[in-house]
Design a protein around this ligand. Structure first.
Ligand SMILES: C[S@@+](CC[C@H](N)C(=O)[O-])C[C@H]1O[C@@H](n2cnc3c(N)ncnc32)[C@H](O)[C@@H]1O
Length: 511
């Protein structure tokens, strides 16, 4: 497959792997509302924040929406959109590589971009997600009026590139029928099944048993047009007539059409790839929304997206309760919309606007703010989120564990490096981490056995082994991997017990 090359590509390929794992540190005073909800806002560079989240959320996200800087050469008030082309590609490569790890098997990623970089981004995404995972490109009408200062063409659209994690059986939701679409359904014959619209009753190519003469109620003989036949066999057609499902026009003289009742139309409408400003808002609408939230500021945020645009993405890509991730959160639109739509969310933003815009915006949402999509989803307020910033590194430059790392965090890292799946925190702290693919894992670390002495709870002895087996409720295991500071049990005995001992910190993969 052809791939894109640029100055710095070789380094970019290693960036995500070489990024150290860091802890996330909660800032309780910046969170708000019901903290039991899983919603998170993280301030920090998304490369490090994503790496920090990976052990907990790999493979868990249903929809990623990102709106990265477009590299348009502008210097916006709140962030720089003037990265050199190669630097931009390197930035995107490493982030996309990490983002892919978060997607569920039935998940998808939606990336807003415009023509300055969209074609390069497509090639990059084909490499990272796989060409077969390209779902489509959406064209969103971001502006209406032409910019007359332009001497060539006034750009009025953005692209949204859509990729799925796994193309086998991948489906998106449909869109609810709009009032306008429902207007096409009428009830001229007072049918008790309610409003209906009529559809063509013919199909091609010709199937012999569906080619026959039909006599209309007015007595006229009709046949399908050349090269087509009726939709139904003669018997089925007669049943449909008897059931009042065929329409010959008001005077009973037209060729037959099939009645489609609004009450029987399953699901909604399949979305097209062209999203107009009437349906999804435009940049002006987004500016009005953010201005309404921050009325005292002259120009609150340069490049917000309208809530209706994000609502469309979330409607198509998720169901209630699903997890949504935006790692270029900006003014917080994705989090606000996900919140109002009953989805869980993680938002990452490196700028100070994480605090000055995202936090107050979400607080307003929780208090029942009525702008944006609120009325359309009957938003009444409620819920909550926690705020985090990036904390200490889990491992130092030599790969040694930072001694401030908690048992829970180390467990998550060990679990993730061993299984590549997220760690589900057990209800109570135990040495037994869980079993995956017939291998059980246990960790002796940092006073888990209430004894921090080197010779104590961090060392594998007969005594600590019994604690582990107790924690495992003595269920049989095929193989047990135990992490600890050292082992006092002989290798021969460990072998008989089907136990592999791994030494902290050396056997923990730091990256
Ligand atoms: C186009 S804006 C997103 C706007 C957003 N969709 C909204 O509706 O407000 C891009 C954002 O990405 C942020 N950003 C750029 N590079 C980042 C990085 N490495 N980590 C985290 N955020 C980043 C910028 O600070 C900026 O706020």
């Amino acid at each position: 497959m052809p791939i894109l090359n640029w100055l710095g590509r070789d380094d970019a390929l290693k960036t995500a792997t070489n990024t150290p794992y860091r802890l996330l540190e909660e800032v309780p005073e910046l969170g708000y509302g019901d903290k039991t909800k899983e919603n998170m806002i993280i301030q920090g560079d998304n490369l490090e924040a994503l790496k920090a989240l990976l052990p907990f959320y790999a493979g868990q996200v249903k929809c990623i929406y990102i709106d990265p800087p477009y590299n348009t050469g502008s210097a916006f008030e709140h962030y720089d959109d003037n990265l050199e082309h190669s630097t931009w590609l390197s930035l995107m490569y490493s982030r996309l590589e990490l983002l892919k790890e978060f997607l569920r098997e039935d998940g998808s990623i939606w990336i807003s971009i415009d023509a300055d970089e969209s074609h390069y981004l497509k090639v990059l995404c084909d490499e990272i997600f796989g060409r077969q995972c390209f779902v489509d490109e959406v064209i969103w009408q971001r502006a209406f009026a032409p910019v007359n200062l332009k001497k060539t063409l006034s750009r009025s659209h953005d692209a949204i590139l859509v990729y799925c994690k796994n193309p086998v059986n991948f489906v998106l939701n449909t869109l609810p029928r709009s009032d306008k679409q429902c207007e096409n359904y009428k009830n001229p014959d007072d049918d008790s099944r309610g409003p209906w619209t009529s559809a063509d009753c013919t199909v091609g190519p010709v199937v012999e048993e569906k080619l026959y003469e039909i006599i209309t109620p007015s007595g006229r003989s009709v046949f399908p047009p050349e090269g087509r036949c009726w939709l139904f066999t003669k018997d089925r057609f007669n049943e449909m007539v008897a059931d009042g499902r065929i329409w010959f026009g008001k005077d009973g003289n037209n060729a037959p059409r099939v009645k489609k009742f609004i009450s029987e139309v399953k699901g909604g409408v399949v979305a097209t790839t062209l999203w107009t400003r009437d349906e999804c808002g435009d940049n002006q609408e987004a500016k009005r929304e953010i201005k309404a939230l921050f009325p005292n500021e002259k120009n609150p945020f340069d490049t917000p997206k309208p809530e209706r645009l994000i609502q469309r993405v979330i409607t198509l890509a998720t169901d209630e309760g699903d997890l949504v991730l935006d790692s270029f959160l900006g003014s917080g639109t994705t989090a606000a919309v996900a919140h109002k739509m009953g989805r869980r969310y993680i938002g990452i933003e490196m700028g100070n606007h994480a605090i000055t815009y995202c936090v107050p915006r979400l607080k307003a949402v929780i208090d029942g703010e009525q702008g944006g999509i609120s009325k359309s989803v009957n938003w009444q307020g409620g819920g909550g989120f926690r705020f985090y910033k990036l904390g200490e590194q889990v491992f130092d430059a030599d790969g040694c564990i930072n001694e401030n790392i908690s048992f829970e965090n180390l467990s998550a890292h060990i679990w993730f490096t061993e299984t590549k799946t997220p760690f589900n925190k057990p209800a109570e702290k135990t040495t037994y981490l869980g079993t995956f693919d017939n291998i059980s894992y246990a960790l002796l670390y940092n006073g888990i056995l209430k004894d921090k002495r080197v010779d104590g709870g961090n060392v594998l002895t007969n005594k600590t082994l019994n604690v582990i087996l107790d924690d495992m409720k003595h269920q049989p295991y095929e193989k047990l991997v135990i992490y600890g500071e050292s082992s006092r049990i002989s290798p021969a005995r460990l072998k008989t017990l089907h136990i592999e001992f791994k030494q902290t910190p050396y056997d923990i993969k730091a990256r």
